[in-house]
Design a protein around this ligand. Structure first.
Ligand SMILES: [Zn+2]
Length: 236
């Protein structure tokens, strides 16, 4: 255990940033479960509502899907042991997270600052800054801005979801940019597998009704749910 960075084993107030419902489990499920297990607190911020995953479906309207995906996220957190832990849903539309030059940016950053100040994290777990999915990058930018403006002393680490599968060369960390740290999640892997099953809309459960919708491929799941979670810590 001694070679696991203490940032992963001793942080008491961990703020998880999930661009979509399911990223919390795929990226950080082991860390969430382990932190709660040892008495720490975990706040999960769901940035988008995930309502765009099945746009062609007549049975699954955006509204129905948004509601279901929030339920799935709640269920996943419960399976990870975080049923009583705080969370917030910003309910932004996927692929439409406001940019810094938009009129929505300032109020949005302010709402994230409020959450950060109230929870007062010592560790913030962000999506990788150059994850190939735009919502992951935009969620990173949003929360990073809020952290800067709030003057938060929290340490930050980042997790990649789509980098290894879809990343271009320039999306990967460059030499000296980050340190790669690994967190062996041990028996928490099975909790993580169970929590992912809660995200049934992303695993084909509504595919019959929603052809052409997003589906988490088994290869993606196998790549992300392993005995070890990988994080990047930015170099000073
Ligand atoms: Zn995502």
């Amino acid at each position: 255990m001694s070679d696991i960075p203490s940032i992963l084993t001793a942080s008491e107030r961990v703020f998880i940033v999930a661009p979509h419902p399911d990223d919390e489990t795929l990226g950080c499920g082991g860390l969430i479960a382990a932190t709660v297990d040892r008495g720490g607190s975990v706040f999960t911020l769901f940035v988008t509502d995930g309502g765009a995953s099945h746009p062609e479906s007549s049975a699954w309207s955006r509204r129905r899907l948004v509601s279901e995906r929030q339920k799935e996220a709640e269920e996943a957190l419960a399976i990870l042991g975080a049923a009583d832990q705080p969370r917030a849903f910003l309910r932004l539309r996927d692929t439409e997270i406001p940019k810094p030059d938009s009129p929505q940016w300032q109020p949005l950053v302010s709402s994230v600052i409020k959450l950060l100040v109230e929870f007062d994290p010592d560790l913030v777990v962000l999506p990788w800054r150059r994850d190939p999915h735009c919502d992951h990058r935009d969620a990173h930018a949003l929360v990073t801005s809020a952290l800067d403006l709030a003057g938060s002393p929290a340490q930050c680490i980042e997790y990649a979801i789509w980098l290894d599968e879809l990343g271009a060369e320039e999306d990967f960390p460059v030499v000296g940019e980050v340190e790669r740290i690994e967190f062996p999640i041990g028996p928490k892997q099975s909790l993580k597998e169970a929590a992912l099953q809660a995200h049934a809309t992303q695993l084909g459960a509504i595919d019959k009704d929603a052809p052409g919708g997003f589906l988490l491929k088994p290869e993606t799941v196998a790549r992300l749910i392993t005995p070890v979670e990988t994080y990047f810590t930015p170099c000073a």
